[in-house]
Design a protein around this ligand. Sequence first.
Ligand code: THU
Length: 160
Amino acid sequence: MKVVPVSFNYKVYSSTSEMVDDDRELVDLAVSQLEHAYAPYSNFHVGAAARLSNGEVYLGSNQENASYPLCMCGERVALYNAAANRPHVPVTAVAITIKNMKMTIDRPVSPCGACRQVLSEYENKHKHKIRILLKSDSPEIYEVDSVADLLPLGFNSTFL
Ligand code: THU
């Protein structure tokens, strides 16, 4: 028996002003999507923006439903929006922002397991790493280099 360690590094920016222009713009666009969230049940708003390798940005926000399992996460809406419009263009970065209308969240929130799986699908489809930029109420931003870092031992098409 052996124990295999898994670790990864992520960057912490103290605010968007420390970021390169493209990433700052992506985070700002994700923040702008918070107001488009339809979240009357959770009151947890998620805004997302996906940057493609051609520079285009596709947006999304979470969309809830009275039938709770039908709720769709904001980052998946942005990814599916990008994939439906530009199926052959790699996604290079996704900014995800949250706003809990019931309390302040003082640290970036990372995507749920289902969204990690979907992000991973597009990373593998295009054989291109997707950087993840995370923000909530604090000015701090986390940057993760690749979805694979957030989903160790992930399931993918190589098993099918
Ligand atoms: N949500 C997202 O949009 N992304 C995530 O990664 C986690 C959760 C949404 C789904 C639901 O509308 C609300 O947040 C509360 O779970």
